[in-house]
Design a protein around this ligand. Structure first.
Ligand code: RRO
Length: 310
């Protein structure tokens, strides 16, 4: 019997593979579809204080290799998600809130709304690439530490932060240390890579309409970036930050690689967009095949066991 369980501190995932915030997570119907599937948890769409329509369509483009999105944070507002979360506990799977603000104070209002609701963890989105009024807070390190430390004071729930990719090891070192000091439990690595685009050759136009067609890049093409961020965050936080790996998962072997690199759990975005929630059944089967081939009985034993030559 293969054991797929992993633990994010006090939270156990029976199968540590689920959706990313923003994909199949905008309303109760989508979240129920995730929870009824083989996914091990559900992550809600990033919720803002007020509901938002988001950007004009076409705002997402996806294929086997990549996705580009400029959704612009369409969501039903924090009060809606706080209402529906009660019913979703029925599925007895971990429920993760994702909160997003446009100014520092928004995060403090949001945490007051979600902290006593039955979310098992709170992911703070400091890395949305597509909103003109809000920058990527996580590129302002001191402000990010201040926000996370202040949120930490307001809740005992598992608290983490979703980060963008960094181009510099020094930035990752500072970020990892600062987030440990701020009391973060986990980091979700990585949000879509800012400033991607795709061209539709037939019409000779940008695939997306908003923001000059430029948005966040995801999918298989970003997997090598995600993996390096996981390895470096694990290294610089000395394993103190648990990691949810997001960006480029398409197969069971990808999941196994993310676990080796140091992820405790993984999120699926672009491939879920392409395939729908039945993807989790395929991924579970493929992951089990990899484990059998490698004679690994417990997935948790392989977290961070990647051989790295210095
Ligand atoms: O809604 C979006 O445009 C969006 C968000 Br909030 C995010 O965090 N990441 C992304 O790729 N798109």
């Amino acid at each position: 019997m293969l054991d797929l369980r992993t633990n994010l501190k006090t939270l156990e995932f029976k199968f540590p593979v689920f959706n990313v915030a923003g994909v199949w997570s905008a309303n109760d119907h989508e979240l129920e579809n995730i929870l009824m599937s083989d996914a091990g948890a559900a992550v809600f769409k990033s919720m803002s204080l007020e509901p938002r329509e988001g950007n004009a369509k076409n705002r997402v483009f996806a294929n086997e290799m990549l996705s580009v999105n400029s959704m612009g944070l369409p969501n039903k507002g924090v009060d809606y998600y706080c209402r529906i979360v009660e019913d979703l506990t029925y599925y007895k799977k971990p429920l993760v809130a994702s909160i997003v603000g446009f100014a520092e104070r928004d995060f403090y209002h949001l945490i007051e709304k979600v902290k006593d609701k039955p979310f098992d963890a709170i992911e703070v989105n400091l890395s949305c690439p597509n909103v003109s009024e809000g920058c990527i807070f996580a590129y302002q390190q001191k402000l990010s530490f201040k926000i996370m430390a202040n949120l930490r004071k307001r809740t005992k729930k598992l608290l983490g932060v979703k980060l963008p990719p960094y181009n510099d090891r020094g930035d990752i070192e500072k970020m990892a240390r600062g987030l440990v000091s701020a009391g973060c439990d986990f980091v979700t690595l990585i949000n879509s890579v800012p400033l991607g685009c795709a061209i539709d050759l037939k019409t000779e136009s940008m695939a997306l309409r908003p923001n000059m067609g430029i948005g966040g890049l995801g999918g298989a093409v970003i997997k090598p970036i995600t993996l390096s961020q996981i390895v470096l965050f694990r290294h610089f936080s000395k394993g103190k930050l648990k990691i949810i790996g997001v960006g480029g998962i398409k197969t069971g072997s990808d999941i196994y690689e993310f676990i080796l690199a140091g992820a405790t759990a993984v999120g699926v975005g672009t491939a879920l967009w392409n395939e729908g929630p039945s993807i989790f059944t395929r991924l579970k089967k493929e992951l089990k095949t990899v484990m059998r081939r490698k004679k690994v009985a417990r997935l948790a034993d392989k977290i961070g066991k990647l051989k790295i030559y210095s």
